[in-house]
Design a protein around this ligand. Structure first.
Ligand code: BGP
Length: 461
C-alpha cells in the first residue's frame, strides 16, 4: 500500500466555460466560446452551449459546500479572461474580479486550496478579432491579464497553471487559439498553429516570471495533454513513428522546463518548411520563465503503427490506432491505468520536477434510479485503478504534489458539448438540449472519493 505524501493535494478540476454560464452577466465580455455558438463561426455538435453551462456562476456557494463535504484539499478551476477584462486588455471588470476573489475566499474558508488555470481556451472575442494568438503582440495581452489576476488573487492562490493543454493548438486550433482552419491555406495550417503556439509559449514564460515577482513563493506550472504513445508492434518502423509522436508530445513541456526549443523540433520545422517567427528577445524570455512543476491531463494512451490499415479508435481530440489490450469508454477512449504509471515515471525521469495530474476521469452515461440514487461503479473502478497506479509510481520514486480528477461535478464536454458525457462525482440534472432543473445530487463515487481523501489514498476499496 502506498503512503501518499502528507500534504498531498487531493483535488478535482473544471474550466470556466464548461461550468460557469452567466456568459454576459455583470459586465463579462464575450469569449470565442460564446462567439462559436452565437454567430455560427464554429460548429457545435449538440444543443448545449456555454450560456448557462451548469450555472456555476450563480450556484457556486452550494457547489463549494458539496466540495467541502467531499473533503477536497484543492480545487482547480480556470479564470474567464473576458469576465475579468471584457475586451481582453484595458478596462478591468471589477465585478469579475470580485467574483473570483469571493470564490477563492469561500474555498479557503472551507479548507480547499485554489489552483488556478489562467487560460483554458476562452480567448476574448475582442482579441480574436485582432488575430488572437497569431498576433505577435498576444504575449503582452496575456501578461497584462495575468498581472491583473495575480495581483487580485495574491494571498489567496499559491498554485498557478498558465495554459491548459498547451499542446492542443495543433489538434484543435479554433477552440484553443481562435484559428479557423477553413480561413487558412491548407499548406500554411501547421505553420500558423506553431506560430500561435510560439506566442503562447512566450506568454507563458513571461507570466511565470511575473507571477514569481508578484507573489513570492508562488508555484507556477505548465500543463500538457499526456498522450503517451505505444508502438503497435516492435517493427523498427513502428518504433520510429512512435518515437516521433512521443517527442512531439513532450516538446511543449521541454520548452517550459528547459526554457528553449529542443534541437530535434527546430530541425523538424526546417524539414517541413515551417517558419516560426521568433523575436530576438524570445530566447531570453523563455529562459527566464521556467516552471516550478509539470502537470498533465491523462485520459488514455495512444498506439502508433505505420500500417495504414491498422484499426483506429478516437481519443481526446485525436484518432489513434486501437490497442487490442485495452477496454474503452462509451466514447471510444481507451482506458489504461498502467499507462498513467508509465507516463509519470517518464515525465519525472525526464524533468526531475514535481508532478501533478490535473485532469483524469471517465466520460460515461449515468442513470438516475427511481429513488434519486446514482450508482456509478464504472467510475469508481476507473479512479481506483488510476490512483493505485499513481501510488505505484510514487513508490518507485516519482515526486508528486497532487491529483486532480476531471471533474467534481458534471459539466459540458469540451469536444462534444454534451451533458450526457458525464464526468462528475456530483450529478447535475440537465440534458444535452439544456433541459433540466440543474439540481445537484451525489453519486456513489462522491462517497468513494471522500473516503479516499479522508484516508489519504489508503482506502481505495
Ligand atoms: C481535456 C480538457 C477539458 C475536458 C476534458 C474531457 O482535454 O482540458 O476541458 O473537457 O479533456 O474532454 P471532453 O470534455 O471532450 O470529454
Amino acid at each position: 500500500m502506498t503512503t501518499f505524501p502528507k500534504d498531498f493535494l487531493w483535488s478535482a478540476s473544471t474550466a470556466a466555460t464548461q461550468i460557469e454560464g452567466g456568459w454576459n452577466a455583470d459586465g463579462k465580455g464575450e469569449s470565442i466560446w460564446d462567439t462559436l455558438v452565437h454567430d455560427g463561426t464554429g460548429k457545435i455538435a449538440h444543443g448545449e452551449n456555454a450560456d448557462i453551462s451548469i450555472d456555476f456562476y450563480h450556484r457556486w456557494r452550494e457547489d463549494v459546500a458539496l466540495m467541502k463535504q467531499m473533503g477536497l484539499k484543492a480545487y482547480r478551476f480556470s479564470i474567464s479572461w473576458a469576465r475579468v477584462l471584457p475586451e481582453g486588455i484595458g478596462k478591468v471588470n471589477e465585478a469579475g474580479i470580485r467574483f473570483y476573489q469571493d470564490f477563492c475566499d469561500e474555498l479557503l474558508k472551507n479548507g480547499i486550496q485554489p489552483l488556478v488555470t489562467l487560460y483554458h481556451w476562452d480567448l476574448p472575442t475582442a482579441l480574436y478579432r485582432q488575430g488572437g494568438w497569431k498576433n505577435p503582440v498576444s504575449p503582452d495581452w496575456f501578461a497584462e491579464y495575468a498581472e491583473v489576476v495575480s495581483k487580485a488573487l495574491a494571498g489567496r492562490v499559491g498554485y498557478w497553471l498558465t495554459f491548459n493543454e498547451v499542446d492542443s493548438v495543433i489538434r484543435h486550433p479554433f477552440t484553443t487559439a481562435g484559428i479557423i482552419p477553413s480561413r487558412v491555406p491548407e499548406d500554411k495550417m501547421l505553420e500558423t498553429c506553431y506560430q500561435a503556439l510560439h506566442h503562447q509559449l512566450v506568454a507563458s514564460a513571461m507570466v511565470v516570471k511575473d507571477c514569481h515577482e508578484i507573489i513570492p513563493g508562488s508555484k507556477v506550472g505548465c500543463m500538457l495533454t499526456k498522450l503517451t504513445t505505444y508502438a503497435r508492434t516492435c517493427a523498427p518502423d513502428d518504433e520510429l513513428a512512435t518515437q516521433a509522436k512521443n517527442l512531439e508530445n513532450l516538446f511543449y513541456a521541454d520548452v517550459h522546463v528547459w526554457g528553449e526549443y529542443p534541437r530535434l523540433i527546430l530541425k523538424m520545422f526546417e524539414r517541413k518548411g515551417i517558419h516560426v517567427e521568433m523575436l530576438p528577445e524570445d530566447a531570453a524570455t523563455l529562459k527566464a520563465g521556467c516552471v516550478d512543476f509539470v502537470s498533465c491531463s491523462y485520459y488514455m494512451t495512444m498506439t502508433e503503427s505505420v500500417d495504414p490499415n491498422a484499426e483506429r479508435t478516437p481519443g481526446n481530440t485525436v484518432l489513434g490506432v486501437k490497442n487490442p489490450y485495452l477496454p474503452s469508454t462509451d466514447w471510444g477512449w481507451q482506458i489504461d491505468p498502467k499507462g498513467l504509471r508509465y507516463s509519470l515515471i517518464e515525465l519525472y525521469d525526464r524533468y526531475r520536477k514535481p508532478l501533478m495530474v490535473v485532469e483524469n476521469g471517465m466520460g460515461a452515461k449515468d442513470v438516475v434510479e427511481a429513488d434519486g440514487s446514482i450508482h456509478d461503479p464504472y467510475r469508481v473502478e476507473y479512479f481506483r485503478q488510476h490512483i493505485s497506479e499513481m501510488g505505484k509510481a510514487i513508490d518507485e520514486g516519482v515526486e508528486m504534489w497532487g491529483y486532480t480528477t476531471w471533474a467534481p461535478i458534471d459539466l459540458i464536454s469540451a469536444s462534444t458539448n454534451q451533458m450526457s458525457k458525464r464526468y462528475g462525482f456530483i450529478y447535475v440534472d440537465q440534458d444535452d438540449m439544456g433541459n433540466g432543473t440543474l439540481a445537484r445530487s451525489r453519486k456513489d463515487s462522491f462517497y468513494w472519493y471522500k473516503k479516499v481523501i479522508a484516508s489519504n489514498g489508503e482506502d481505495l476499496d
